[in-house]
Design a binder for this molecule. Structure first.
Ligand code: HEC
Length: 194
């Protein structure tokens, strides 16, 4: 009798495993596909942003580049977005009020902060929320960013501060150092684009 009960339990377990296995495998494949899509969208968008920024800094200086960034950052970011795909950058210390963390972004931000505190590496992730797939990737400060996000009076020249503050009165994005976590790329793949 005990043996039969055991077999029944084992069978139920095995059936449950098989049942559960398929969706899990699909979810893993989906997740990998979204991670790939996200990584390549970020790469192409970042390359375009950085090249445009470097050109603008060469031609117009930091203040001119800053105005350019003010006018163009969000349209450049959406250049490679397709229907149902929205690309943006968010930060806890945002310059543009539109780039503040949403409550949902805040959960991922917290994960990254905890990994940082443990000196773990921060990778891109995919989370599912509200019928959409959300891709996040951490953004770190590089030396070239300091001209506009560095410490006042150091890499960030004193002349530039009033220009930043007039365009972004609530700016929180100064005072960074190379290697600091600056923000996250956030891509939303909504069902409409599927
Ligand atoms: C020429 C000045 C300039 C340089 C150089 C620059 N930024 Fe910015 N950055 C800006 C401006 C202006 C904004 C606000 C753009 C907007 O209005 O959407 C911004 C916004 C951002 C945002 C979006 C969140 C927020 O604060 O609004 C991130 C993230 C960011 N920058 C990271 C970087 C990184 C990383 C680098 C270096 C690779 C960099 N920036 C270089 C001027 C600059």
């Amino acid at each position: 009798m005990i043996r039969i009960v055991l077999y029944v339990i084992l069978f139920a377990f095995a059936a449950g495993c098989v049942e559960n296995h398929r969706p899990a495998a699909t979810a893993v494949a989906d997740e990998a596909a979204y991670l790939n899509k996200g990584d390549s969208l970020v790469k192409i968008t970042f390359d375009t942003l950085r090249n445009s920024l470097l050109r603008a800094m060469g031609e117009k200086g930091a203040a001119g580049a800053l105005r350019f960034c003010n006018a163009e950052a969000s349209s450049i970011s959406s250049t490679y977005a397709a229907a149902g795909v929205a690309i943006g950058r968010v930060s806890d210390r945002n310059r543009n009020p539109r780039n503040a963390l949403s409550a949902e972004d805040g959960l991922q931000w917290e994960q990254y902060r905890q990994l940082l505190a443990k000196h773990d590496s921060l990778k891109s992730v995919v989370v599912y929320h509200d019928n959409a797939v959300h891709y996040y990737k951490p953004i770190f400060i590089q030396p070239m960013c300091l001209a506009c996000h560095g410490a006042a009076g150091e890499e960030l020249s004193n002349d530039l501060i009033p220009v930043i503050d007039s365009l972004y009165p609530g700016d929180k994005a100064k005072g960074y150092h190379t290697g600091d976590l600056r923000g996250m790329w956030h891509i939303v793949f909504s069902a409409a684009g599927e």
